[in-house]
Design a protein around this ligand. Sequence first.
Ligand code: AHG
Ligand code: MN
Ligand code: MN
Length: 336
Amino acid sequence: MSEKIITLSRHIIEEQRKHPEATGKFTDLMNDIAFAAKLISYHTNKAGLLGVLGETFNVNIQGEVVKKLDVFANETMIKALDHNGHTCVMVSEESEDVIPIPENYPLGRYAVLFDPLDGSSNIDANVSVGTIFYIYLRVTPEGRPGRAEDCLQPGIKQVCAGYIVYGSSTMLVYTTGNGVHGFTLDPSYGEFVLSHPDIKTPKKGKIYSVNESNFDYWEQGIKNYIHYVKQVDEKTDRPMNSRYIGSMVSDFHRNLLYGGVFLYPASSRSPEGKLRLTYEANPMAFIIEQAGGRASDGYRRIMEILPEHIHQRTPLFIGSEKDVAMIEDFISGRLS
Ligand code: AHG
Ligand code: MN
Ligand code: MN
């Protein structure tokens, strides 16, 4: 095999070697997530053929219609993680309560939180969707079932965060706090291969990504910022460019590579914002910070917020450092 091919498994093993305390259990856990990703990727690509498109006519706990592929992705993530002996509890967007490990399986040290399918409203149109995950070391005693408090830690306690984007190719991007690394799934031999080592996002971007139909519901600071980015000014390279897919994973991934900012502000309709602090904002915040960017709720660093419940929402401003800092200035009124 060529020396130049670095698979995800090899990369994780080599990363773990830098930490003498690592036991290899984390490597197993990541391999289980990568396996789930391959299954979801396969199913996403085949969705039209397999007849799994469309709504199941269930409504999930967020009041949103759940698509069939959400159900498949959720079950796949749970089944991949519940038996390996490394997980003690899980949280999924699709389950109201924490997901326990079945009684007949051993319990491990890690709590895993995930959004099994992000951007699900886009599935039927063949638009990119994704999976988001992140991992905490448990804080409750080992040997017993994990609890919500294992999952309600601030984002700075994450030991790993990642996402998989099912796009024109399938990519897995992850960090363990030692840079951000991207792997592309080679469908011919079913391996994630390192394609984007040590991703760094530009300090200042050209793209802004927001659902502007919410404009009238926003506070004045956000309105002022959006007005600002559209003004013509050569000196500051404006107007910025608008790009919005409506799948956060895909919007985030593009902005990570090209530079830019993704906004999902609070609004008078949803005063807490729409996106979830836990399995949406926190993992992306860890990744963007490791890539040299910034993630904020407008006032605070996302990763320092102490979550109170597992489906907590937050306003989110995430991307290139200077762009996020500028949004904070508009929100606080330092800029108008
Ligand atoms: P999910 O599909 O997991 O429910 O997440 C959808 C989220 C996120 O992916 C996206 O950025 C956002 O919702 C889009 O919301 P709007 O349709 O309100 O723009
Ligand atoms: Mn989501
Ligand atoms: Mn989802």
